[in-house]
Design a protein around this ligand. Sequence first.
Ligand code: EPU
Length: 335
Amino acid sequence: MIEKHVNLKPYNTFGIEVYADALARFTNVDELTEILKASTYDLLLVLGGGSNLLLTQDFHGLVLKNEISGFSVLEENDEFVIVEAGSGETWHEFVMTCIEKGYAGVENLSLIPGSVGASPMQNIGAYGTEIKHVFHHLKAYHLATGEIHTFDNEACHFGYRESVFKNIYKGQYIILSVAFKLSKSPKINTTYGAIEEELKQQNITNPTIRDVSNSVIAIRRSKLPDPKVIGNAGSFFKNPVVDEGIVEKIKLEYPDVPNYPAEEGKRKLAAGWLIEKAGWKGKTFDTFGVHKLQALVLVNYGGSTGKQVFDLSSQIIADIELKFGVTLEREVNIL
Ligand code: EPU
């Protein structure tokens, strides 16, 4: 069924109120095909969890709400298991199911908002892991032909918060299911300093995947606002990769500037650090602003427009360019 004139506030974690001309839900590929056949709209927007999206205006098209569920084992031996999940499943619930079953590999990605189907779009990552490390393949509906295409890891061209679905194939596919290769003999990854500290504090020396997940959840809760309470879309910007020379220049004033390895001749900087040092952390303008505990996250305290948040992001970009000679890029999709 196609609903008309729908308020999208419940469907985006920023909690921005804009209207879509129409919205329809699908739980499988047949329903999707039916809806597309009946639709008279030129513009389509596929929504999973709506957690990486800033809506700056009404949407004059059809929103397709992905509600494809499912969890199944495709292949299994003593060492690994290939599990497939419906793209409309909530990412965190999928992670919790894997942990319950003792399947290791996604525990560091606990509590990331959004859906399973959105996870490969931008190669979600946190605390030393990215999904490209465990991704096996996905199935996607090709809008132009109605065919279902399979993409393996290589075909997705994963990069830092990047995949083919965010650039060359943008808007061309609807992801239906995603399969992951997970390990049955846990390979714990606590290389990310904050996890080690958290485990130490809890006196855990031989952590299980559940311990790692609990630590990640505790760290995220201590730093990142819960979208159910304060509207946000996680990191609003990407961490910028810059020439080593820029890092050297920043070091003259800030010898401790956090920076990480990247491709040759380049380093990755922490956008949150740059934004904090430029004085934006915690800045609040009426109903929106920069989060007080993590400067990478822009927030809507309620009642803001997407344009207000977008304009704030533009001001931050201009200021960081001026102060550090670094160009920040938005991570969130703007519509
Ligand atoms: N920092 C500051 N001030 C801030 C925020 C960070 O000085 O307000 C400094 C920290 O002290 C640290 C460095 O920046 O030295 C890095 O901070 P953190 O470890 O918190 O990670 P991040 O680079 O800010 C990235 C991801 C997050 C992910 C964390 C943990 C991006 C754009 N963001 O943030 O992902 O949870 O690492 O792995 O890569 C997301 O994508 O939505 C997201 C939340």
